[in-house]
Design a protein around this ligand. Structure first.
Ligand code: NAD
Ligand code: MG
Length: 390
């Protein structure tokens, strides 16, 4: 018998790719999963549509200018859902009694405050917003530790590792982590072949359907770089013990190697609903809507080393983790500016790593002992990268 407890869930980034998958899993378990808070950036119509289906107690839009549209939209739909706007409203709902579980799926550093609020309030935190870990991993992990918040990573690789490391014993005998990477849409191309690739080509991921920012990050391999830093914080493992393997089929979601020579892996179809179901149900397993894996149909599993010459973002992320302090926060901020400029066709694909590297060269890392220091480093890197975009 399945005895997973009932959960009241806040879905932050409800209109996005992860948010949509989370709501799909929630809707499969009306007896025990309930969306009580839905939050989005500025897409009021999409948010109201979701409220019609899921009937949450609260809906929040980040953009305060959208408050009236949200309030009127909810009223016109005949819903009792209360409208809210702005960061402070979101933080207080996340920390309040209307939810015990938070799906942190806002994209970028914009997700930091709500993610931290959930960690401080001791919520079960289904953490997709990897940028908050890259920006403030130590503070976030400390906050979760102090409050007793359980973090379940909602990144296929880290969710795989989470499943392979069930307890402290397993953790203590861990030798290394092997993060798999699909290689993105440009796997196998040389650096000079990447000069003219377009945003459309970059976001056409061969295996995963995701939001535009993480899709570009997958094409540059910055996504894997951010994930190395994410793994370091989530699992307390030094950079030297984290390896990256390109695995084009995206069926082995990551592996852990133990001191006795055993390697454990988690496999499954590339569909984030599996990771989300793990997050909602853990330690129980609940249905996600994802089929099992037919290995005979897929036939083969390939592995290769990443090409750091064609995809320097991975090297830059390793270096930022090594440098420590404010370096990962600046790497992330410069990357967000560069990816947004690339998506707006203001810079070329190869300018993404160039801009990140120039920002890190220009702004030396310092110790990062407070949120204010990290926030200032993030802002300085954004200013520098924005000026360089021109
Ligand atoms: P997306 O672009 O599809 O959705 C982003 C969501 O964030 C939207 O609901 C948007 O309204 C909201 N948002 C944007 N700016 C906001 C702001 N300032 N305040 C509040 N809300 C805001 O992105 P996604 O692909 O769902 O990714 C979300 C996060 O999950 C990212 O950190 C990404 O790295 C991570 N992630 C995604 C996947 C995936 O399969 N999509 C896998 C692993 C990790
Ligand atoms: Mg991932």
């Amino acid at each position: 018998m399945n005895s997973a407890p009932a959960r009241n869930i806040a879905v932050l980034g409800a209109t996005g790719s992860i948010g949509t998958s989370a709501l799909d899993v929630i809707a499969r378990h009306p007896d025990r999963l309930r969306a009580t808070v839905l939050a989005a950036g500025s897409k009021v119509d999409a948010l109201v549509s979701l409220c019609r289906v899921h009937r949450p107690q609260h809906a929040v839009v980040a953009d305060e200018g959208c408050f009236a549209a949200l309030r009127d939209g909810l009223r016109d739909a005949g819903l009792e859902t209360r409208a809210h706007a702005g960061e402070a409203a979101l933080e207080s709902l996340v920390a309040g009694t209307c939810c015990d579980t938070v799906v942190a799926a806002i994209v970028g550093a914009a997700g930091l405050h709500s993610t931290l609020a959930a960690a401080r309030a001791g919520k079960r935190l289904l953490l997709a917003n990897k940028e908050s870990l890259v920006l403030a991993g130590e503070l976030l992990m400390q906050a979760a530790h102090a409050s007793g918040a359980v973090i379940v990573p909602i990144d296929s690789e880290h969710n795989a590792i989470f499943q392979c490391l069930p307890d402290a014993h397993a953790h203590a005998s861990l030798r290394r982590i092997l993060l798999t990477a699909s290689g993105g849409p440009f796997r196998g191309r040389r650096r000079d072949e990447l000069a003219t690739v377009t945003p459309e080509q970059a976001i056409a991921h061969p295996k995963w359907s995701m939001g535009p920012k993480i899709s570009v990050d997958s094409a540059t391999l910055m996504n894997k770089g951010l994930e190395v830093i994410e793994a370091h914080h989530l699992f307390g493992v030094a950079r030297e013990r984290i390896d990256v393997l390109v695995h084009p089929q995206s069926l082995v979601h990551s592996l852990v190697e133990f001191v006795d020579g055993s390697t454990l892996a988690q496999l499954g179809l590339p569909d984030m609903r599996t990771a989300l179901a793990v997050g909602f149900g853990w330690p129980e397993r609940i249905a996600s809507g994802v089929s099992g894996l037919d290995l005979l149909q897929h036939g083969r599993l390939d592995f290769e080393a990443p090409d750091l010459d064609a995809f320097p973002c991975l090297r830059l992320a390793f270096a930022a983790l090594q440098a420590g302090g404010t370096a990962p926060a600046m790497l992330n901020a410069a990357n967000e500016v560069a990816v947004s400029a690339f998506l707006q066709r203001r810079i070329a694909f190869l300018s993404i790593p160039a801009l990140v590297e120039a920002t890190l060269d220009a702004l030396p890392a310092t110790a990062a002992d407070s949120l204010d220091v990290l926030r200032e480093a993030d802002a300085a890197a954004r200013r520098h990268a924005t000026a360089a975009v021109g």
